[in-house]
Design a binder for this molecule. Structure first.
Ligand code: CA
Length: 223
């Protein structure tokens, strides 16, 4: 899942980014409302974490403009403890959830996972394809009885493939979901990670689940 963190406090932004990356999200940071709007137009995000007090505009205005341009990104607002009116206004402007500052980073990660499961919050946290399962809360994979250890990046790649099981997924789609702005399209980094994920998912003697579709991309499925 790719997240835009809109936060003008550089220390908080750094800590939050570090935490969310370890929690398995791809993260870009914007320090102003204008930058947030620009990055969102270029990249598209699964979710936006939005501070309300930004140097150039109110977070609510950012949210309003994102919704006006039809973004489907989930928006989680970060508000002050006494900001009940802010929260009401934010939810009315199209925010999906809010957190009261200072918030625990673990709670932010959990709320992001929750809003990303909408429109069906009852959707399972666990994804399955054949005998492969992935718990998106603990980021652990299992194939049959075998447990699959995954790094944060490997998790992002496998999660995307599992959410789109049966579809041919291009490198561009994988990078848009799992990499942040540091991604270099000229590199072979996606293939490297696919190779790593494949070695973990498909071991000798197991029916292969991760297929390369020559010239098109990759597909996860039992055949
Ligand atoms: Ca601020």
């Amino acid at each position: 899942m790719r997240v835009l963190l809109v936060e003008d406090d550089p220390t908080l932004a750094r800590h939050t980014t570090q935490f969310l990356r370890q929690a398995g999200f791809a993260v870009d940071v914007a320090g102003t409302g204008a930058q947030a709007l620009e990055l969102e137009a270029i990249n598209g995000y699964d979710a936006v974490v939005l501070d309300l007090g930004l140097p150039d505009m109110e977070g609510q205005a950012v949210c309003q403009r994102l919704r006006a341009r039809g973004t489907t990104a989930r928006v989680v607002m970060a508000t002050a403890r006494d900001g009940v009116d802010d929260r009401i206004a934010g939810l009315d402007l199209g925010a999906d959830d809010y957190l009261v500052k200072p918030y625990a980073l673990g709670e932010l990660a959990a709320r992001l996972r929750a809003v990303l499961r909408r429109p069906d919050p009852l959707l399972p946290v666990t994804l399955s394809v054949a005998d492969l399962t992935l718990d998106t809360a603990t980021r652990t994979g299992t194939r049959g009885q075998r447990s699959i250890p995954l790094t944060a990046k490997e998790f992002l790649v496998l999660e995307y493939l599992m959410r789109h099981a049966g579809e041919v997924v291009t490198r561009e789609r994988i990078s848009a979901h799992a990499w942040d702005d540091n991604y270099d399209p000229a590199s072979n980094v996606i293939d490297v990670y696919i190779g790593r994920v494949r070695r973990k998912v498909d071991q000798p003697g197991e029916p292969p689940l991760l297929h390369t579709m020559r010239g098109a991309g990759y597909r996860l499925g039992s055949r």
